[in-house]
Write a protein that binds this ligand. Sequence first.
Ligand SMILES: Cc1ncc(C[n+]2csc(CCOP(=O)(O)OP(=O)(O)O)c2C)c(N)n1
Ligand SMILES: [Mg+2]
Length: 340
Amino acid sequence: MKNDINLRAADNIRILAMAMVEKAKSGHPGGAMGGADFIHILFSEFLKFDPADPQWINRDRFFLDPGHMSPMLYSILTLTGNFSTEELKSFRQWGSPTPGHPELDIMRGIENTSGPLGQGHTMAVGAAIAERFLAARFGDLFTHKTYAFISDGGVQEEISQGAGRIAGYLGLNNLIMFYDSNDIRLSTETRAVTIENTAMKYTAWGWKVISIDGNNHDQIRKALKEANAEKEKPTIIIGKTIMGKGLLDKDGNSFERKTSTHGMPVGEAGGSFEKSLENLGGNINDPFVIFDDVKELYSNVLKTKRETAAQWKEKKKHGLPITVNSIKNCTISMQVTCHL
Ligand SMILES: Cc1ncc(C[n+]2csc(CCOP(=O)(O)OP(=O)(O)O)c2C)c(N)n1
Ligand SMILES: [Mg+2]
């Protein structure tokens, strides 16, 4: 049953992403639908944040690199209560809070503006360096993880590679990237433009590399656990995903793995919005519905996150011993009380 509800949640994200693009008559459904499984498991089971306090200093950070997969981010942030389904319906409209590519809005859970591929890598590496710097000085007051969601297009950008090298060199074990490797980038298959071995490249830079089926929830969990336990290196989880997971054409045949779903509504790309919606368990009369069982799941998830964050704040309120170990050959200990 647990797997069923998690699949329902991921399918709900797929439906919302597909419906947003269909309604707007523009956008990118395919990649968002393939990444839905990872994003659901990450946000519901791993990412630490406080639903009551989006600016909590010790929240885990999440950076999206492929801004065109924004429907995936807006959908998960709707399940976490940061956006409403009405706001999803105004996707890509003038003045709406859900533009085609996300814009920085910490209060709503958007940690970075994205669109120019590769920049999400650099922001995540920068944030992870800042976190290690602060943790070295102030101890576990600032100890959290930095996650990044990257894709084929971002790995092709040279700026992301410079960031990747420095992350490996610095041994940023607090940095965890998920590479949505769906073998499609924009209008072609990746093999038409690159033959490099990404796993070997990141290994050579000193990263821990984990290769999984990126739509398999148990493999995602296992990889995230391993990455969280890593003590020496940044981790890249290379997840093979299915572009447009769950899509069908009008005859009910699979319409998955189609480059055309990179950047246009499913119907326009040659698939069937109605058949796919039905296949994913959606409601044709209202594709923007959040299923009752998914609502309940997320209500429990948010409750646990609130409690965990409150416990952390309570503990820190009473002060914590901090070891400042940045001065060569010296160790200075002091007591700091924080108002959080
Ligand atoms: C720096 C930069 N160059 C080019 C683009 C144009 N662009 C948008 S998406 C994309 C590639 C998308 O491939 P991928 O990231 O694998 O997404 P998918 O096709 O799987 O959805 C490119 C080149 C961009 N957004 N940023
Ligand atoms: Mg891709």
